[in-house]
Design a protein around this ligand. Structure first.
Ligand code: NAD
Length: 320
C-alpha cells in the first residue's frame, strides 16, 4: 500500500485540484455513480473523544474507502490539533488496501472546495461582497477557496468571539481584499455571498438579517443539534445540499424539517446543478447550500493527492 504522510499534503494538494475533485464527485453522486455509506460517530467515553467513520464508493472514479477519525478536545495539551483523521483507500477490484493518507489538511481543503463549488454555481451574478460568519481554523480555507471562484471586492465578517476576527482580517489581506468587522444585520444586508462556519448550536443569522439576492454556504452544521441559520430564513430559500439524507438528519436543514417549515423534496443535490439537470438560482433571491461533509469528498481529495504523490515519487510504499 501507499502512504502519503500528513506533513506532505500541503506541498502536494492544490486548491484547484481539491475544487476539481469535489466538483466531479458531487456530479457523480447526483448521477447515481457514487454513494455514501451511513455515517458512524460515537462518543467513545475516553478523553471526551468523538470518533467515527465516513465512507463510500465512487464507481465513476473507482474510489472505495473511508475516513476514520474525529475530535479529541484535549489534544492541545499534547501539541496536536483537536480534529484528527486518516483516509484509507481500497482497490475496488480486489478489496486490497491501496493507500493511507493524512486527512487533517485534506478535510479543510475539501470542506472549502465544497462551498466554493456552491458559490461557482449559485452566487448571484456579479457578487462583490463576501460575508464570513466564523473565524476558526476552517474560516481561512473557506475564504481562500471562495476568492478563487468569484472576484470579490471586499470581505466583511462577524464572529461570536470577536478576538478571533484577526484571522479573517489577515486572510483577506493575504488575498489583497479589504476587510471590515460588522454586526450580523449589516453582514446580511451587504453581503452577496455568505459563508457560515462556526460550531453554533442555535441560530446566528436570522431571517430579518438577510436582504437582497444572496447565496449562503452553511458549512458549520455537521452534527445533530448544531445550527447556524434561522429556520425561517431556510424556509424562504431555494435549497441545495451535498447529500440529502445527511442534510435532513445532521445538516443545517434538520431544523426547518423538524419544524415542518420545509419538505425533503424541496432540497436539491448540488450535483444536479453541476450536471445541468437543475437550473440553479434561476431568478431565486436567496439560495442556501447546506454543506454537511460527506465521505466521498474525503475519498475524492485523498485519491487525487495519492495520484500527485505517485507522480512526484513522494508516496511511501509498504507491504501489508
Ligand atoms: P474552530 O474550533 O477552529 O472554530 C470554531 C468557530 O465556531 C469559531 O468561529 C468560534 O468562534 C465559533 N464557536 C465556537 N463555539 C461556538 C458556539 N457555542 N456558538 C457559536 N459559535 C461558536 O473550528 P473549525 O475547525 O473552524 O470548524 C468550524 C465548524 O465547522 C465546526 O463546527 C466543525 O465541526 C465544522 N466543520 C464542518 C465540516 C463540513 O464538511 N461541513 C468540515 C469541517 C468542519
Amino acid at each position: 500500500m501507499l502512504i502519503v504522510p500528513e506533513k506532505e499534503i500541503g506541498g502536494l494538494m492544490t486548491p484547484d485540484a481539491a475544487f476539481d475533485a469535489i466538483q466531479a464527485v458531487f456530479a457523480a453522486m447526483d448521477a447515481g455513480q457514487a454513494y455514501n455509506f451511513p455515517v458512524v460517530r460515537e462518543a467513545i467515553g475516553h478523553q471526551d473523544a468523538l470518533y467515527g467513520f465516513k465512507g463510500g464508493f465512487d464507481a465513476a472514479g473507482l474510489t472505495l474507502g473511508l475516513k476514520a477519525g474525529g475530535y479529541w478536545p484535549n489534544n492541545a495539551t499534547r501539541n496536536l490539533i483537536n480534529h484528527q483523521s486518516t483516509v484509507f483507500l481500497f482497490d475496488a477490484d480486489t478489496g486490497r488496501v491501496a493507500a493511507a493518507v493524512g486527512g487533517n489538511l485534506l478535510t479543510a481543503l475539501r470542506t472549502a472546495a465544497a462551498s466554493a463549488v456552491s458559490i461557482k454555481y449559485l452566487a448571484p451574478k456579479g457578487a462583490k461582497v463576501l460575508g464570513m460568519i466564523g473565524a476558526g481554523h476552517q474560516s481561512a480555507f473557506q475564504m481562500r477557496a471562495a476568492a478563487r471562484v468569484q472576484r470579490f471586492e471586499k470581505v466583511i465578517g462577524w464572529n461570536p468571539h470577536p478576538e478571533m476576527l484577526t484571522r479573517l482580517a489577515d486572510t483577506a489581506a493575504e488575498l489583497g481584499l479589504p476587510f471590515e468587522a460588522v454586526e450580523l444585520d449589516q453582514l446580511g444586508t451587504e453581503a452577496d455571498v455568505i459563508i457560515s462556519i462556526t460550531s453554533a448550536f442555535s441560530p446566528l443569522l436570522l431571517d430579518g438579517h438577510v436582504k437582497g439576492d444572496t447565496h449562503i454556504a452553511a458549512m458549520g452544521t455537521d452534527t445533530k443539534g448544531k445550527q447556524e441559520l434561522d429556520p425561517a430564513l431556510v424556509a424562504r430559500a431555494k435549497l441545495y445540499t451535498d447529500e440529502i439524507a445527511q442534510s435532513v438528519s445532521i445538516g443545517e436543514f434538520q431544523h426547518a424539517i423538524a419544524a415542518g417549515l420545509i419538505e425533503q423534496d424541496q432540497i436539491t443535490r448540488l450535483g444536479a446543478v453541476i450536471n445541468g439537470a437543475d437550473p440553479g438560482r434561476d431568478g431565486a433571491g436567496l439560495t442556501i447550500f447546506d454543506g454537511t461533509g460527506v465521505g466521498l469528498q474525503d475519498l475524492a481529495v485523498a485519491a487525487r493527492v495519492v495520484k500527485i504523490a505517485q507522480e512526484k515519487g513522494i508516496a511511501l510504499e509498504v507491504e501489508v
